[in-house]
Design a protein around this ligand. Structure first.
Ligand SMILES: Nc1nc2c(ncn2[C@@H]2O[C@H](COP(=O)(O)OP(=O)(O)OP(=O)(O)O)[C@@H](O)[C@H]2O)c(=O)[nH]1
Ligand SMILES: [Zn+2]
Length: 226
């Protein structure tokens, strides 16, 4: 398959600072990915980088079922604090199974399955994502050394195999709450993610909520929750 191409870029002011938004597209399938870039990332020095997989529910609909929204806000804030970095918004929703299938998986989780069991019951692999495209995007942005913001060893392995030098893993443990604790547990136990549990101690989560412009001052309890 033909490699992804850099198509266009523009300024994108955000609550976290001024970024460039760069658009990428596969020439045949027209599948799109984007990157938010701050500062000079093509100077050959290690770049603070996040590969963030699309999660409509967490990233834009304030879902507490996962940690995605918190990770997105935190990654952008950390990049803006350094004044330099890149966030690849990797458009493989639902670990690559798509939004509607993710909702199907959520329905099975409502009946007691964990995230992996639900994916398998629907006939998918535990994780259908292809991270290799992110290495191609780093190449197109002239980034070869990264300090990768992630808890997922698979992202690090894929980057290394594709020739991207991961000089450091920067942990991204934020947003734990009672609705996503089992989800984080499954990632740690079944997928080998480096999750640091806050063990019911809300301090870290609260610290995050208090310092994140996108979060409330405490883990919210929905009005309709008993
Ligand atoms: N299939 C499926 N996908 C999910 C579920 N919950 C979240 N996702 C998707 O999972 C992806 C995020 O992956 P995670 O496994 O949370 O984290 P990661 O990106 O692998 O690792 P980090 O870099 O540490 O964040 C996004 O694409 C979400 O849409 C779920 O229950 N089922
Ligand atoms: Zn999510």
């Amino acid at each position: 398959m033909a490699k992804i191409q850099l198509v266009t870029e523009a300024n994108l002011p955000t609550e976290f600072g001024l970024f460039k938004i760069v658009g990428f597209e596969f020439p045949k399938t027209k599948k799109e990915h984007i990157a938010l870039v701050m500062g000079d990332i093509a100077d050959g020095k290690p770049v603070l980088a996040r590969i963030h997989s699309e999660c409509l529910t967490g990233d834009t609909l304030y879902s507490l079922k996962c940690d995605c929204g918190f990770q997105l806000a935190t990654a952008l804030r950390q990049i803006s604090e350094e004044g330099r970095g890149v966030l690849i918004y990797h458009r493989e929703e639902g670990r690559g199974i798509g939004l509607i299938n993710k909702i199907r998986a959520y329905a099975l989780q409502d009946q007691g399955m964990d995230t992996i069991e639900a994916n398998l019951a629907l006939g998918f692999a535990a994780d259908e994502r292809n991270f290799a495209v992110c290495a191609d995007i780093f190449d197109l942005l002239a980034v070869n050394q990264v300090r990768l913001l992630t808890n997922n060893p698979a992202k690090i392995d894929t980057m290394k195999k594709a020739g991207i030098n991961v000089v450091e893993r920067v942990p991204l443990n934020v947003g734990e709450n009672r609705y996503n604790r089992a989800y984080l547990d499954t990632k740690a136990k079944k997928m080998g993610h480096y999750i640091v549990h806050h063990n019911g101690d809300a301090q870290n989560t609260e610290k995050h909520f208090l310092s994140c412009p996108h979060c409330l001052s405490e883990v919210p309890t929905p009005q309709n929750e008993q």
